[in-house]
Design a protein around this ligand. Structure first.
Ligand code: ZN
Length: 230
């Protein structure tokens, strides 16, 4: 699924700004102080980074399974949602300046960083990496890409997650510990970002578990992406 682009629900005719090739998805942990607090984590002094593979990407046209089944061990884990603002970059970035980071953002959407929280906690307790809890097929749900033109300098972008029409998470880039451009600068000093790569900018407070039958809706400006859990 490395070249999968979520199916189109966007009505804009010019989609040439979208890079259909996503090499990797870089995620930021604890970028909202209130979210760090709700999971009992300290507020970081620099961005916490991890990567979700392109093979984990699905679109909003697919249902989210209520459980991840580890067939080898006969164990099942519920999926937890994390709604996040996502940006795609249109040019490579290496040791980027703030201006280079600003110019690189080519598309924007919302996404779900789906997480097997119980397994993640087991792994964290052992000091092990998180991949088993964050990288499974379907763990990265991305909406249809939209142009970044209407988001200004990303200093005050608000977005919402509704579960069963109840407001569950509300993100605001003004509340980020590390703002969007700063994230790109920081990441590009840790490793290369390549055109098409996606950055999930961290989740606000209000994370929780998904249940079979849930309706899951993300809104950003006038855009809506909706899926369900089965
Ligand atoms: Zn996340």
């Amino acid at each position: 699924m490395t070249t999968t682009q979520p199916s189109s629900t966007d009505l804009s005719s010019d989609n040439s700004f979208i890079n259909p090739y996503i090499g990797k998805v870089v995620c930021v942990g604890r970028n909202y102080a209130a979210h760090a607090a709700e999971l009992g984590n300290e507020v970081p002094t620099r961005p916490i980074l991890f990567i979700k593979p392109a093979s984990s990407i699905v679109g909003f046209d697919e249902a989210i399974p209520a459980m991840f089944v580890d067939k080898r061990r006969g164990k099942s884990y519920p999926l937890h949602y994390e709604a996040e603002l996502c940006v795609q970059i249109g040019t490579d970035l290496k040791d980027a300046t703030l201006d280079e980071a600003k110019a690189a953002i080519s598309a924007v959407t919302l996404g779900l960083d789906l997480t097997l929280r119980d397994l993640q906690n087991e792994l964290k307790d052992k000091g092990h990496p998180w991949e088993r809890a964050k990288c499974f097929d379907g763990a990265t749900v991305l909406g249809e890409w939209i142009t970044p033109k209407t988001f200004g300098d990303f200093s005050s972008v608000k977005y919402q997650l509704f579960i069963n029409n109840s407001l569950t998470q509300e993100g605001d880039t003004a509340l980020m510990l590390f703002p969007v451009y700063e994230l790109l600068v920081e990441i590009s000093h840790a490793f290369s970002l390549e055109a098409g790569d996606v950055i999930m900018t961290g989740t606000p407070s209000g994370v929780g578990v998904l249940n079979a039958g849930d309706d899951v809706k993300l809104t950003l400006g006038g855009h809506t992406w909706e899926t369900w859990v089965e």
